[in-house]
Design a protein around this ligand. Sequence first.
Ligand SMILES: NC(=O)C1=CN([C@@H]2O[C@H](COP(=O)(O)OP(=O)(O)OC[C@H]3O[C@@H](n4cnc5c(N)ncnc54)[C@H](OP(=O)(O)O)[C@@H]3O)[C@@H](O)[C@H]2O)C=CC1
Ligand SMILES: O=C(O)C1=N[C@H](C(=O)O)C[C@H](O)C1
Length: 257
Amino acid sequence: MTEQIRVAVLGAAGRMGATTCAAVEAAPDLTLVARVDSSDGVAGVGATGAQVAVDFTVPSVTEANVHALLDAGVHAVVGATGWTDASRARVAEHLARVNADRPQGRGLGVVIAPNFGLSAVLAMQFAARAARYFESAEVIELHHPTKVDAPSGTARHTAAAIAAVRADAGLGPMPDATETGWEARGADVDGVRVHAVRLRGLVAHEEVLLGNPGEQLVIRQDSFDRVSFMPGVLLAVREVASRPGLTVGLEHLLDLG
Ligand SMILES: NC(=O)C1=CN([C@@H]2O[C@H](COP(=O)(O)OP(=O)(O)OC[C@H]3O[C@@H](n4cnc5c(N)ncnc54)[C@H](OP(=O)(O)O)[C@@H]3O)[C@@H](O)[C@H]2O)C=CC1
Ligand SMILES: O=C(O)C1=N[C@H](C(=O)O)C[C@H](O)C1
């Protein structure tokens, strides 16, 4: 029999949490040992024997959950949004501290992925690859109307990557003659405009528009069902223990990073 990885799911009653519980239960090498909801709190996860916890909670609690998991000696796979450079840096610093006290080769790992869907990861990669060749770039994310945060974590990550590539290539600000009505031009993420659509019937979708004189490149991905995120989530659950420290983005587990 293959060695089982014991998994806890935080936010288990939510849309992604419930889908993750089903995927873990269906995986022959994983055992679901805890379903943690908002009424339970994260404190008891260590006592469940979980080796890895998957966090699909909400932006307001996910960072605190990760710190509690690290204090309990549990690896973390994080899909919840709301992460910033500062909160990621605090987790990296916490990891360095706990791992200094752990035996060689037994360090804790945290994988934070703004999007576990292969189509989304590839769209972000393609957009970053293309960004240096275009004068203009804008991001449109489209989601179900029950989503609490905007713009999406994926769109922020996409825009930040485009901005980094543009800066590296020495591209200046994008052409934009707007003088009035800035509220209609979307959020500014590192100088890249990001537009958020909330529409009944949608799940999770993103378009990156790249423009030059006389031409346009559109990169689009669609997650029609939350099962699309599960291969990425399960990959991270299986890999996190062999990646001590902080990993941001599923691309690094797919050898795309
Ligand atoms: N990385 C990725 O690939 C993806 C990321 N996401 C992200 O995942 C997150 C969850 O999305 P979704 O499932 O749609 O949202 P839901 O609102 O359906 O689920 C969130 C769940 O977390 C629970 N929760 C809140 N606080 C706690 C807590 N302290 N401990 C345990 N559980 C808690 C909520 O319970 P209650 O309702 O009782 O408060 C709820 O059941 C979002 O940030 C979303 O953006 C979504 C899809 C893919
Ligand atoms: O809330 C969602 O649904 C999603 N959230 C993530 C995000 O904000 O990027 C990932 C995906 O877009 C679905």
